[in-house]
Ligand binder design. Structure first.
Ligand code: ADP
Ligand code: MG
Length: 685
């Protein structure tokens, strides 16, 4: 008898030492073991007679040992065991390395099954280091689909598979099914027990699919329920409510007419802010769609109602730029705007913090310097974060903690599918700005090889002589990256341009490792037109707005993600002059060629993101773990999008009927959600 909570070390064959190794694989008890789903599978279902073996293929062979195994000790770590096998019609040589312990166990006449890659030639096939077992072996490792598990030194996949078999024999009947039975029926999902058996030891591929489908569904169903339950409790807290919701006065003062999509996003946000509950809204819109003014309108409303607002940007450059924009858009109303970044220090900082605390400043724009403990607000009611996916989970939480329950507005140009946005941001409603301000031009985009370099340099020269400006981006250091050698290369590249190519043109350099003040200076010089070419790392990727810049040149563009390139391209095409983007192809090969073609053929950020996702897969697409998706055991968010949609619908249905999961048929579900939430408290925060 065992039970799911039983410590792994008590399972026969494990013990203290191996338990420690298994712990490294996050396996502590039998439940963890059963939920340690195989990483992949090996198809060992195909048997062939020796005469039909083709070198290079991996197959099973049923045979009899035809010669006495000969053992030879070559040197330490190099033992050979050789023998021949026959299937009655043909012979085959078999060589085993470092399997000396088998020499007393294998005998002429033994019936065995081999699985391995065929070597030798068609007429004289052989197998080296095949998987080998007695024909009579039970629960064997040949003749079927074999699970391959994540391993660690001292614990191989075969060992884990054995333990899983053992755990299953002990407690398969204890597995509770957290899925409500009506959900299971409606979505035609197999039972928990069947899923567990067939994910580990599939009878055939059909059973494996059935099992996978159910487990992925279950995992997503539980994540969605958990998120939604948390949201419920969050939304109950009272929010500061602006009393005045008439924005006409503000709209009239704007230097441009809002687009319909901007109006809609603002309306939705204002409705949230006056609803009595804290707003949590994501404003998604392509580069240049005009998200900033949505935040400015909400900020105006908050301040007019007697509260403060904060705007967080992921980089100093962007914070500086938002500061200017917000001053432009708000100071006409007597609203006082402050800028708090790492560059603000000493007396100046002390004064600013004092003003924030006593309410002399209405709106604070800043970077993560805003998170500092000593920053206190008098009456913070609204927090806007720009490009939030660039912030860590902790940073986001820190700012929200600065006020009881501020309204939260998130702006992003990264088009995350709605199904994922629901999970990443959990509690966020989404407004999409699907319309660009009038008069926007498409940016002509070309992917070129090295042979075009001289021509491109001439083109740069021409653009500058027309009075316009140019960005040149190299895929080098990002902020927070510790790569001094790369850092040198962006500066070296700029020096080369200055000395050899454009000695007569003023060139600026900017990268994440520079002091904030210096970055600010370089950026200002560029936006005032004092420098004509700006050589940069991706620090200028988000938000930078210099309408006179009309050419974006990207070096080694194969090293960027498509969405990232699209963001970079969004730095030009902001003024009235025709704009261009030139992508140097670099050495990326076919895939990158195909990817760059997509960029050249469309300016639609959502379409680009979709393609990017399809070509590269989700891991790359979302970059580091910053995306904020809860960790999963078996699902891959972007691959399993279809199931995610179903699970989402099912979860919302279930919670609609039983909002707190109190009814008896949802008891096991509630238990499982609690278990998952306790186990992974940090990923859900
Ligand atoms: P993003 O969505 O990329 O953050 P911004 O808010 O920076 O875009 O806006 C890009 C530019 O478009 C800014 O210069 C802004 O002043 C301008 N803009 C925004 N809305 C409109 C509009 N409705 N009509 C004309 N220009 C606009
Ligand atoms: Mg922006």
């Amino acid at each position: 008898m065992g039970n799911l909570e039983m410590d792994i070390r008590y399972l026969p064959g494990v013990g203290e030492r191996r338990a420690k190794l298994l712990n490294k694989l996050k396996i502590h008890n039998l439940r963890d073991l059963l939920m340690d789903y195989p990483r992949t599978y090996e198809d060992r279902t195909v048997f062939k007679p020796i005469a039909e073996l083709i070198p290079g293929e991996s197959v099973c062979v049923r045979a009899t040992i035809a010669t006495d195994p000969t053992y030879s000790y070559v040197r330490k770590g190099m033992e050979l065991l050789k023998f021949r096998v026959t299937d009655g019609a043909s012979l085959m040589n078999v060589t085993l390395f470092n399997k000396g312990y088998l020499r007393d166990r294998l005998h002429r006449g033994d019936d065995i099954v081999l699985y391995g890659k065929v070597g030798g030639t068609e007429t004289r096939p052989e197998m080296t280091s095949p998987v080998l077992e007695m024909e009579t072996a039970e629960n064997g490792v040949t003749g079927r689909i074999v699970p391959i598990y994540h391993m660690t030194a001292g614990v191989n996949s075969r060992f884990i598979s054995k333990l899983v078999g053992e755990a299953m024999a002990r407690c398969a009947d204890e597995l509770v099914d957290p899925l409500p039975s009506d959900v299971r029926r409606k979505y035609k999902l197999c039972t928990a027990k069947y899923a567990c058996e067939n994910i580990h030891f599939p009878k055939d591929y059909e059973s494996l699919d059935t099992a996978r489908r159910r487990l992925i569904f279950e995992e997503l169903f539980i994540i969605v329920c958990a998120m939604k339950l948390m949201r419920g409790s969050r939304a109950k807290r009272a929010a500061r409510v602006p009393e005045k919701a008439d924005l006409e006065e503000y709209f009239r003062a704007l230097p441009f007419e809002l687009t319909g999509a901007q109006r809609r996003a603002i309306d939705e946000a204002v409705r949230d802010m006056t609803s009595g509950r804290p707003m949590s809204r994501l404003v998604q819109g392509d580069v240049g769609s005009g998200k900033t003014v949505v935040s400015a309108a909400c900020t105006w409303l908050a301040v007019k109602s007697g509260f403060q607002a904060a705007v967080m940007a992921p980089t100093e450059i962007l914070a500086g730029q938002h500061y200017k924009t917000f001053c432009d858009l708000l100071s006409g109303f007597g609203i006082r705007v402050g800028l708090l970044t790492g560059a603000v220090k000493g007396k100046q900082r002390k004064k600013l913090i004092e003003e924030i605390k006593n309410g002399d400043i209405d709106v604070v724009i800043g970077t993560h310097a805003l998170f500092s403990d000593d920053v206190e607000f008098k009456a913070l009611a609204l927090v806007t974060t720009d490009e939030q996916h660039r912030f860590g989970v902790q940073q986001r939480a820190a700012l929200s903690a600065k006020s009881e329950s501020p309204h939260v507005l998130v702006m992003s140009a990264t088009p995350i599918p709605r199904t994922l946005a629901l999970i990443i941001y959990g509690e966020l409603d989404v407004s999409v700005i699907d319309e660009l301000p009038p008069g926007r031009q498409t940016v002509d985009t070309f992917a070129v090889g090295e042979s075009y370099r001289a021509r491109i340099y001439n083109f740069i020269r021409k653009i500058v002589s027309q009075g316009n400006q140019v960005y040149i981006v190299c895929p080098m250091v990002e902020e927070n990256d510790e790569l001094p050698s790369d850092l040198r290369s962006v500066e070296e590249y700029a020096r080369e341009l200055r000395e050899k190519v454009f000695p007569d043109i003023s060139i600026g350099v900017i990268h994440g490792k520079m002091k904030p003040k210096e970055k600010d200076r370089v950026m200002t010089e560029f936006s005032e037109g004092k420098t004509k070419i700006l050589v940069s790392t991706t620090v200028i990727e988000v938000g930078v707005d210099v309408p006179n810049a009309v050419l974006m040149v990207v070096e080694n563009s194969d090293r960027f993600g498509l969405s990232q390139l699209h963001q970079l391209r969004g730095r030009v095409g902001r003024g009235k002059d025709k704009s261009y983007c030139i992508l140097f192809k670099g050495a990326g090969g076919d895939v990158s060629e195909q990817r760059l073609k997509i960029l050249c053929s469309t300016n639609d950020g959502f379409k680009i993101a979709e393609e990017d996702l399809a070509i590269r897969g989700p891991g790359d697409f979302f970059g580091s773990r910053q995306h904020g998706l809860p960790e999963t055991r078996i699902c891959e968010y972007t691959r399993d999008m279809e199931l995610l949609k179903l699970a989402q619908t099912a979860a919302l249905d279930t919670l609609e009927r039983d909002p707190e999961l109190r009814s008896p048929e949802n008891e096991k579900l509630a238990d499982e959600i609690n278990r998952v939430l306790t186990e992974s408290a940090d990923t859900f925060s």
